[in-house]
Design a protein around this ligand. Structure first.
Ligand SMILES: C[S@@+](CC[C@H](N)C(=O)[O-])C[C@H]1O[C@@H](n2cnc3c(N)ncnc32)[C@H](O)[C@@H]1O
Length: 330
């Protein structure tokens, strides 16, 4: 797309972003970067090839760098490419890498699922984070990958197969209904990823149509849906188990307000996450609401800080069984 301002922020969206980015220079940096094309990040699929081997192989045809010392699997393709070239490359068809924006890789780094664990990926399609989790788990343990949309489940399944994922069962359900059924059977997970459906304000670089689609009603609608999914997810998490909540949006209604709602209603702790990208603290002042100070431990990823897309990540630990907690608090 290059640097052009064909796509404009809607006035209310701009007003809200100025409220989040109070410094004029910061806002200008944000406005500038959202009108540029995203960088071409890929993630080495270590289930199929080592990072060193892939790095050498790709550097025979493109200029590829590994920007993070402790995360050799994250690679950046710096060469100019033809449209579709990343997706059509033989290494991609063989499942040696997954084309994934760097900020989207952070949810799994935060959750850090281990080999042998029992993990739920509640909103999983098209599977960028499911395949990343399977690689982190070395294909050991079990992932239940769920999504509500059949056409997206098909893409998820194709990606699982291409990437050689062997420890995953893909299912199609409303996430909340699925969790309620697991909970009824006392079926509990070590870890849960809730990469929630959202208004997508962080994806303006790769998906400029979001400039047009954005409206406040959508933000409020997603905020309700995110709470519904989150409440149900907690019911099928083990005590001491962890859940990562992530969105690719900036709106506090879909981020800190959801976290605040959960903190006030459930026996959970929000945990600080250390990630290889620059994170800003969660916002505690928004719309005159009284938001729990613990939301400061959440991570806001802004495009102008990391030359990435925008993202939000929060990590929680469940401290007490929900049934006995409810009993005490009724
Ligand atoms: C942000 S995307 C997930 C991206 C995915 N985690 C990845 O990294 O590839 C959100 C997903 O939630 C799904 N979704 C929306 N409502 C849902 C619901 N009620 N239950 C389960 N999945 C839902 C959408 O179909 C969409 O695929």
């Amino acid at each position: 797309m290059g640097n052009n301002y064909k796509w404009k922020m809607k006035p209310l969206f701009e007003e809200r972003m100025r409220e989040l980015l109070r410094d004029e220079g910061d806002f200008n940096e944000f406005e500038k970067i959202i009108h540029t094309s995203p960088l071409r990040f890929i993630r080495c699929n270590t289930l199929k090839i080592s990072c060193d081997e892939l790095f050498k192989r790709l550097n025979n045809k493109w200029k590829v760098v590994q920007p993070f010392r402790n995360h050799g699997e994250i690679m950046l393709v710096e060469s100019e490419l033809l449209p579709g070239e990343l997706g059509n490359a033989i290494e991609h068809l063989l499942g040696y890498y997954y084309v994934q924006e760097v900020s989207s890789m952070m949810s799994v780094l935060a959750l850090n699922p281990k080999p042998g664990e029992f993990v739920l990926d509640l909103c999983a399609s098209p599977g960028s984070k499911t395949t990343q989790m399977a690689a982190t788990m070395k294909n050991e343990g079990t992932i239940i990958a769920n999504d509500i949309k059949l056409d997206r489940i098909k893409i998820l399944s194709a990606n699982l197969e291409r990437c050689g994922v062997m420890n995953c069962i893909a299912v199609r359900n409303d996430g909340a209904g699925l969790c309620e059924r697991f909970a009824k059977q006392n079926f509990k997970f070590d870890k849960i990823l809730l990469d929630a459906p959202c208004s997508g304000e962080g994806t303006l670089r790769s998906s400029p149509k979001t400039f047009l689609m954005w409206n406040y009603k959508i933000v409020k609608k997603f905020s309700r849906e995110q709470r519904r999914l989150f409440i149900s997810a907690l019911k099928c998490l083990k005590v001491g188990g962890e859940i990562v909540y992530s969105t690719c949006t900036h709106s506090p209604e879909e981020n800190e307000e959801v976290v605040d709602f959960i903190l006030k209603k459930f026996p959970v702790d929000v945990e600080k996450v250390i990630l290889p990208l620059k994170c800003r603290s969660g916002v505690v002042n928004w719309g005159g609401k009284n938001i729990d100070n613990n939301v400061e431990k959440c991570c806001r990823i802004y495009p102008q800080d990391n030359d990435s897309e925008g993202f939000f990540i929060a990590k929680f630990k469940l401290l007490e069984d929900l049934e006995s907690f409810r009993g005490k608090n009724d």
